[in-house]
Design a protein around this ligand. Structure first.
Ligand code: 6LW
Length: 517
């Protein structure tokens, strides 16, 4: 046994779903407005996760236009059946323009290609799929209760999936509204057939501080489901806001080849007060079965910062995505853009990117000229080497992004007299935090976001000169506790001409992600 560092996926990797095929586990997480969507990870020991691709990685596979931050792709479910990987998910379209809904995709290889989406006749979010022992399949999900008894009451429904037609058929059954009367957001339902019984695992309490995991059991897939007397089977809400890991929930179960059971789930690690800038991360917890019910983290009842995993030999921490320190080359699977694929907004060039300048800014609910990486470490330096742009209205620089309404920029202004400007966009309002002159126009400059806890120090370096601190932004108004939404932070490079036409291309020579903790 080796103690593996939890989370197993650090940074914004929420709503994990997992399945096993022979000796290999596969895991997918939510991505909201970022593309490519739904990263696929592979592991043979539950500790070392290697990203093998994305589910949504072709232009036009889904329509993200007009999808505001924290809309887009919500919680997926991944299963393997009859030689195929099956994934169900929701594209959430907050302005209800008809782009959204629940869909199904399949792939022979989880690295892709995945099929085009087949839309399912189902509303709500968090779809899941059970392949029953008798060859039938059942899709289930959650939605706001049609006839609610309390505020934010949701109901979990189940309906048969005709595998040949790939369509929901037959009657719908409402099977669950949460273990606790008055519980908000019974969600993330997953049905399993285990030892002849049907088990429903579901989150409740909302994907925040009050998050919890509960379980129910039935003899028939359509119910009635009996809630476990020991519910919730996992929560950290009783630990208070000072706990190292909070908000645990949204669990999915998997049985390893050795017969042992595990759950992956999300949780957050607050620091600098009750703020969790890294977002909702993926954690691993052992599960045992006692008297027909699951026990999460037997003997402890908590999600711990390390977890003993049999058979793991090497240091798992060093292998998790994002732990690698150094330049992040354009082919790295960690790159994402907003509402478009990186290859639709930028071209790889050498160790960096050519970013065609767009009139849109990161404050627009639109495709912006932006490629970014998740902030996966509370202490990290992200450095970009950029060339100032020719036009006075053109800017290229670094962005720390929560959403279009909340972000921080460290930009080089264009034209003959370039400056570096640090800007905070808070709830849509721009504030200049600091400025510094560029002394050698035409030469590349190095922009760095040096993050130490909640201090986001914004630095300028020019050849032959010591680094200058342009401003220090406070990270506490950037995390989802302050801003709302479901996301952790991204740090990336962007370019804009602030609404004016531009034919320029911004040159980003390299981007380095350098963890310091
Ligand atoms: C997801 C819901 C949740 O659909 O947050 O953790 C929502 N739970 O189940 C977005 O991630």
């Amino acid at each position: 046994m080796t103690a593996v560092g939890n989370p197993v996926l650090a940074g914004c990797y929420p709503d994990p779903t997992i399945c096993r095929v022979q000796d290999t586990f596969y895991l997918v997480t939510s991505t909201f407005e970022y593309l490519p969507g739904l990263p696929v990870f592979r592991s043979t020991d539950l500790a070392h996760w290697e990203q093998v691709g994305h589910v949504v990685d072709r232009p036009g596979m889904l329509d993200y236009s007009g999808i505001a931050s924290s809309g887009g792709l919500y919680a997926p479910t991944l299963r393997h059946h009859d030689g195929l990987f099956w994934l169900v998910c929701t594209l959430v379209d907050q302005d209800d323009a008809g782009r959204g809904g629940n869909f199904l995709v399949t792939a022979e290889d989880p690295a892709g290609p995945w099929s085009d989406p087949v839309w399912l006749d189902a509303d709500g979010i968090d779809p899941s799929i059970l392949f029953d022992d008798d060859g039938r399949a059942w899709v289930h999900g959650t939605r706001l209760a049609r006839e609610p008894e309390w505020f934010h009451q949701t109901e979990v429904w189940v309906r048969e999936l005709d595998l040949a037609q790939r369509a929901l058929v037959g009657p719908e059954h409402v099977i669950w509204t949460g273990a606790v009367r008055g519980a908000v957001w019974a969600e993330a339902p997953h049905l399993y057939r285990i030892d002849g019984a049907y088990y429903l695992l579901a989150a409740e309490g909302g994907t925040e501080f009050h998050h919890a995991v509960s379980v129910a059991r039935a003899d028939a897939v359509t119910g009635p489901y009996e809630g476990y007397r020991g519910n919730p089977v996992l929560t950290h809400r009783d630990l208070g806001h000072g706990a190292q890991i909070v908000g645990v929930g949204h669990a999915d179960l998997v049985q390893a080849a050795d017969g042992g059971w595990w759950a992956v789930l999300l949780g957050m690690r607050p620091y600098g007060g009750y703020h969790h800038n890294l977002g909702r991360e993926t954690f691993l917890v052992p599960v045992a079965w006692e008297e027909g019910w699951p026990v999460f983290a037997p003997g402890l009842g908590r999600v711990a910062p390390t977890v003993d995993v049999p058979g793991v030999t090497a240091s798992a921490r060093a292998a998790t995505p994002g732990a690698r320190s150094g330049p992040v080359l354009p082919g790295d699977l960690r790159w994402t853009s907003v509402r478009a694929l990186p290859r639709e907004v930028a071209s790889p060039r050498g160790h960096g990117w050519d970013l065609p300048v767009r009139p849109t800014t990161l404050a627009d609910v639109a495709v912006a000229s932006f490629v970014g990486l998740r902030q996966q470490h509370r202490d990290v330096d992200v450095r970009a080497v950029v060339l100032p742009l020719p036009g006075a209205h053109e800017e290229v620089g670094l962005a720390v992004r929560q959403s279009e309404r909340h972000h921080v920029l460290l930009d080089v202004t264009g034209g003959p007299d370039p400056r570096v400007v640090a800007v905070r966009v808070e709830d849509g309002h721009r504030t200049v935090l600091g400025e510094a002159p560029v002394d050698v126009p035409g030469e590349p400059v190095v922009l760095t976001v040096s993050v130490r806890g909640q201090d986001y120090r914004l630095l300028l370096e020019q050849a032959g000169r010591p680094p200058v601190t342009v401003a220090v932004a406070d990270g506490r108004w950037l995390d989802s506790v302050t801003t709302g939404g479901f996301l952790g932070l991204w740090i990336g490079v962007h370019a804009t001409s602030h609404g004016r036409p531009s034919t320029a291309t911004a040159r980003v020579e390299r981007v380095e992600y350098l963890p310091q903790d």
